[in-house]
Ligand binder design. Structure first.
Ligand SMILES: [Fe+2]
Length: 113
């Protein structure tokens, strides 16, 4: 799937718009890579290979974070959206100043920190 090339008659995105399109496609690729590595990890018995794939999967997670930060630097609306945790009630938001252990996160939803 590619969003980078406009169809005939479509308005071409600006240079910055094209950059954001490419970064979002890169982000999708990194997220898909995490899922693929995880699926393979879940189906491999050999500890050494499993451990190496876990390391590679975690590298992909770092790439997701890097791309997310980069997109945030380029896209001011996205940056604003990242600043607020819209997944929690206002009183439970991370930036509310409350005890962090009481904040609802994806991790603690599944019993992980
Ligand atoms: Fe990557």
């Amino acid at each position: 799937m590619s969003y980078g090339k406009p169809e005939s008659g479509a308005v071409q995105a600006s240079g910055l718009g094209q950059l954001l399109i490419m970064l979002r496609e890169d982000l999708m690729g990194e997220l898909q890579a995490i899922n693929q590595y995880q699926a393979h990890i879940d189906n491999i018995e050999e500890a050494e290979i499993k451990e190496l794939l876990e390391h590679i999967r975690d590298d992909e997670k770092e790439h997701v974070a890097e791309l997310t930060h980069l997109i945030s630097r380029v896209d001011s609306i996205q940056r604003e959206k990242f600043l607020n945790d819209h997944t929690a009630a206002p009183a439970d938001r991370v930036n509310s100043g409350e005890d962090e252990s009481q904040v609802l996160t994806v991790g603690n939803l599944f019993g992980k920190k």
